[in-house]
Design a protein. Structure first.
Length: 114
Protein backbone atom coordinates (compact mmCIF):
# COMPACT_ATOMS: atom_id res chain seq x y z
CA UNK A 1 0.00 0.00 0.00
CA UNK A 2 1.37 3.35 -1.03
CA UNK A 3 0.90 6.78 0.45
CA UNK A 4 2.07 10.31 -0.27
CA UNK A 5 2.46 12.79 2.55
CA UNK A 6 2.75 16.52 2.87
CA UNK A 7 3.22 18.71 5.95
CA UNK A 8 2.12 22.32 5.98
CA UNK A 9 0.91 24.78 8.59
CA UNK A 10 0.69 22.18 11.36
CA UNK A 11 -1.23 19.68 9.22
CA UNK A 12 -0.10 16.31 7.90
CA UNK A 13 -1.90 15.36 4.68
CA UNK A 14 -1.78 11.66 3.79
CA UNK A 15 -2.95 10.65 0.32
CA UNK A 16 -3.87 6.98 -0.03
CA UNK A 17 -2.71 5.84 -3.47
CA UNK A 18 -4.63 2.55 -3.51
CA UNK A 19 -8.04 1.82 -5.00
CA UNK A 20 -9.12 -0.43 -2.11
CA UNK A 21 -8.85 -0.65 1.65
CA UNK A 22 -10.22 -4.10 2.42
CA UNK A 23 -9.52 -7.28 4.37
CA UNK A 24 -6.56 -8.09 2.12
CA UNK A 25 -4.67 -4.92 3.06
CA UNK A 26 -6.29 -3.56 6.24
CA UNK A 27 -3.47 -4.67 8.54
CA UNK A 28 -0.85 -3.27 6.19
CA UNK A 29 -2.82 0.00 5.99
CA UNK A 30 -3.03 0.26 9.77
CA UNK A 31 0.66 -0.55 10.31
CA UNK A 32 1.83 1.88 7.64
CA UNK A 33 -0.42 4.65 8.99
CA UNK A 34 0.98 4.13 12.49
CA UNK A 35 4.50 4.51 11.08
CA UNK A 36 3.58 7.67 9.16
CA UNK A 37 1.80 9.11 12.21
CA UNK A 38 4.56 8.27 14.69
CA UNK A 39 5.37 11.96 15.19
CA UNK A 40 2.63 13.89 13.42
CA UNK A 41 1.37 17.39 13.98
CA UNK A 42 -1.90 17.64 15.93
CA UNK A 43 -4.04 17.58 12.77
CA UNK A 44 -3.95 14.79 10.17
CA UNK A 45 -6.01 14.77 6.97
CA UNK A 46 -6.43 11.37 5.30
CA UNK A 47 -7.19 11.92 1.61
CA UNK A 48 -9.23 8.98 0.27
CA UNK A 49 -9.84 10.48 -3.18
CA UNK A 50 -8.36 7.44 -4.99
CA UNK A 51 -10.05 4.82 -2.78
CA UNK A 52 -13.03 3.35 -4.60
CA UNK A 53 -13.78 0.48 -2.20
CA UNK A 54 -13.75 0.25 1.59
CA UNK A 55 -15.10 -2.80 3.40
CA UNK A 56 -15.69 -3.35 7.11
CA UNK A 57 -12.05 -4.36 7.64
CA UNK A 58 -10.90 -1.17 5.95
CA UNK A 59 -13.30 0.91 8.00
CA UNK A 60 -12.04 -0.81 11.14
CA UNK A 61 -8.47 0.04 10.16
CA UNK A 62 -9.33 3.74 9.70
CA UNK A 63 -11.10 3.77 13.09
CA UNK A 64 -8.12 2.00 14.71
CA UNK A 65 -5.79 4.72 13.42
CA UNK A 66 -8.09 7.39 14.88
CA UNK A 67 -8.06 5.62 18.24
CA UNK A 68 -4.27 5.20 18.08
CA UNK A 69 -3.86 8.97 17.65
CA UNK A 70 -5.80 9.65 20.85
CA UNK A 71 -7.70 12.76 21.88
CA UNK A 72 -4.84 15.20 21.41
CA UNK A 73 -4.51 14.58 17.64
CA UNK A 74 -7.32 14.67 15.10
CA UNK A 75 -7.80 12.43 12.07
CA UNK A 76 -9.95 14.11 9.44
CA UNK A 77 -11.05 12.55 6.15
CA UNK A 78 -11.22 14.13 2.72
CA UNK A 79 -12.17 13.30 -0.84
CA UNK A 80 -14.50 10.38 -0.14
CA UNK A 81 -15.80 8.73 -3.30
CA UNK A 82 -19.56 8.02 -3.35
CA UNK A 83 -19.09 4.32 -2.44
CA UNK A 84 -16.77 5.12 0.45
CA UNK A 85 -19.02 7.97 1.62
CA UNK A 86 -21.93 5.50 1.69
CA UNK A 87 -19.99 3.16 4.01
CA UNK A 88 -19.34 6.02 6.44
CA UNK A 89 -22.99 7.09 6.31
CA UNK A 90 -24.45 3.59 6.75
CA UNK A 91 -22.22 2.93 9.77
CA UNK A 92 -22.77 6.46 11.11
CA UNK A 93 -19.03 6.99 11.18
CA UNK A 94 -19.68 10.24 9.34
CA UNK A 95 -20.72 11.60 12.73
CA UNK A 96 -17.42 10.48 14.30
CA UNK A 97 -15.03 11.91 11.70
CA UNK A 98 -14.70 15.41 10.31
CA UNK A 99 -15.13 14.91 6.55
CA UNK A 100 -14.04 17.47 3.96
CA UNK A 101 -15.06 17.53 0.30
CA UNK A 102 -11.43 17.55 -0.78
CA UNK A 103 -7.99 17.71 0.78
CA UNK A 104 -7.22 20.74 -1.36
CA UNK A 105 -9.71 22.69 0.79
CA UNK A 106 -7.24 22.26 3.64
CA UNK A 107 -3.88 22.15 1.86
CA UNK A 108 -2.80 22.82 -1.70
CA UNK A 109 -2.70 20.06 -4.34
CA UNK A 110 0.97 18.95 -4.36
CA UNK A 111 2.38 16.03 -2.39
CA UNK A 112 5.74 14.69 -1.34
CA UNK A 113 6.42 10.94 -1.17
CA UNK A 114 6.45 9.40 2.30
Amino acid sequence: MEFETRRQDGILRIDVLSKRIDAACAIQFKDRMRDICADPPPRIVLNLRQVDFLDSSGLGAVVAVKKHLGQERSLELAGLTPKVQKVFQLTRMDSVFVIHGSADEILGGGSHAA
